[in-house]
Design a protein around this ligand. Structure first.
Ligand code: NDP
Length: 255
């Protein structure tokens, strides 16, 4: 891993759900670019990633915030400002996945999924907005899912919540462009994390299915998503805004 730090300032990027999985890999990739990363989760734990050196880990700030609690992300942003940090970016990664047959989906489960996966994106974007405007602009990446364009049995609430992420991304990209704020939806395919560890393990039911359905015949890794997100924060992200970028090994377009 690179130890160079081209960005030694007090700028930082807020990543929600950064204690493990895809969020932790995003925190690694952004730190490898020399960025400071405010790692938010309910536990406030720093990313659990084996083999990360002290130089990278020193670029992480762990903060507790439950994205489903209105005001938690705003409070974390105020804390960062009080500590002298300037927020210049946000990655809305925290999310949950619960399956249920559509006819039996309870209103509680529907609300839980929409709160965690969609409403939280709106409230977190609103929370960082004043600091991004004060900084002269910034980058927001929302982690959606390739389920946003699929009809997946037992996933009514999850598919709807991730489709909402795409819509939120498009509206904010257009509305906040004049403030220099770019908003992009990164929509992963199946990525092996705690969210699906048992089903995706070799021999697990989901793994056997994926071996047939992903053209590359490999589930993606959290690092695949982290690398893409970091690219969007670099000059290579340049003219891109409002789009949904699928990172799914071609599964979403395979027939
Ligand atoms: P994990 O379950 O592995 O990790 C979830 C992370 O989010 C943890 O850091 C957890 O930390 C945090 N978190 C969960 N709920 C909250 C909350 N209410 N407030 C703050 N933090 C929270 O998930 P993944 O890494 O697999 O998924 C990350 C994102 O990627 C999700 O939005 C998911 O929908 C999306 N995605 C995942 C895919 C996959 O195949 N894994 C495919 C497509 C999209 P803590 O428990 O400490 O709060």
């Amino acid at each position: 891993m690179s130890d160079s730090n081209p960005n030694p300032s007090r700028d930082c990027v807020v990543v929600t759900g950064a204690s493990r999985g895809i969020g932790a890999a995003i925190a690694v990739a952004l730190a490898q670019q020399g960025r400071h990363v405010a790692c938010l989760s309910r536990s406030g734990a720093l990313p659990a990633v084996p083999g990360v050196n002290e130089v990278l880990a020193a670029r992480w700030i762990g903060l507790k915030a439950d994205v489903t609690q209105a005001g938690d992300v705003a409070k974390a942003c105020r804390q960062l400002a009080d500590d002298g940090w300037r927020v210049t970016g946000l990655v809305n990664n925290a999310g949950v996945h619960v399956e249920a047959p559509s006819a039996e989906l309870t209103l509680d489960t529907w609300n839980q999924m929409m709160d965690a996966n969609a409403t939280s994106v709106v409230t977190a974007c609103q929370a960082v907005y004043p600091q991004l405007v004060a900084a002269g602009g910034g980058v927001i990446v929302n982690i959606g899912s390739f389920f946003d364009k699929l009809g997946v049995k037992r996933n009514l609430a999850y598919c709807a919540s991730k489709a909402a992420v795409g819509a939120i991304t498009r509206v904010l990209a257009v509305e906040w462009a004049s403030k220099g704020i770019k908003v992009i939806d990164v929509a992963p395919g199946y990525i092996q994390t705690d969210l699906n560890a048992d089903a995706m393990a070799p021999g697990g039911p989901l793994r056997a299915y994926l071996d047939k359905r992903i053209p590359g015949r490999q589930p993606g890794t959290a690092a695949d998503v982290g690398a893409l997100v970091a690219t969007l924060f670099s000059p290579a992200g340049g003219f891109l805004t409002g789009e949904t970028i699928y990172v799914d090994g071609g599964q979403g377009i395979a027939h």
